[in-house]
Design a protein around this ligand. Structure first.
Ligand SMILES: [Fe+2]
Length: 194
């Protein structure tokens, strides 16, 4: 089995908690020599220690496994400041109200970083009565297409999944929309404020 956590991660998290090797060892009922061995790569904590180790380091198990301390600093959990995650394996799309550790198909997904629209990815917005009619003049082939359009307000997300060979358009209720996003499967996430 591969190591589920590296010594460097254990040391980093332990030092962040301002704990000595002895203190961490005491919490796990192991010797400080064992902790020292883990941190220097000469040993490896038993799988049964995953949960106690995560608890002692004040981190979730998935954070421990991903080797990162990911905390949501978006305490008000405002959807407009949320993140999109796209699985490169199955195409799943996940939207969160803040930072999160998101995994799909066995991999941890990084949050998408949105860019301003470029000339090849222009989100066009027309107002039609109480709706925004949104289009992107972009190819819609199997290899290269706009995979979703989304309109985000503080309260929620209107999300339209698009498909190759299909139309690249969506209609969103105008109410409270602050930003719109278009995700190109090759070029990433583009945004405009409205
Ligand atoms: Fe593109």
């Amino acid at each position: 089995m591969d190591k589920y956590v590296t010594g460097a991660v254990i040391r980093k998290l332990r030092e962040k908690k301002k704990m000595t090797q002895e203190e961490l060892a005491g919490k796990l009922f192991v010797s400080s020599k064992a902790v020292s061995k883990w941190e220097t790569g000469q040993g490896f904590p038993d799988v049964s220690l995953i949960e106690p180790l995560a608890k002692a380091l004040d981190i979730s198990v998935i954070e421990l496994l991903s080797g990162e301390d990911i905390r949501n600093i978006n305490r008000s959990a405002n959807m407009a400041r949320g993140k999109f995650y796209v699985c490169p394996v199955c195409g799943n799309v996940i939207q969160t109200a803040g930072e999160a550790v998101v995994s799909c198909c066995g991999i941890t997904l990084p949050p998408l970083e949105s860019e301003e629209c470029d000339p090849r990815h222009q989100i066009k917005v027309e107002t039609v009565e109480d709706e925004y009619y949104v289009t992107v003049d972009h190819v819609m082939t199997k290899d290269h297409y706009i995979s979703f359009l989304a309109a985000v307000s503080d309260q929620g997300v209107q999300f339209i999944k698009l498909y190759p060979e299909g139309p690249c358009e969506a209609r969103f209720r105008i109410a409270c929309v602050r930003k719109m996003y278009a995700y190109c499967n090759r070029h990433g996430l583009f945004k405009i404020a409205v």
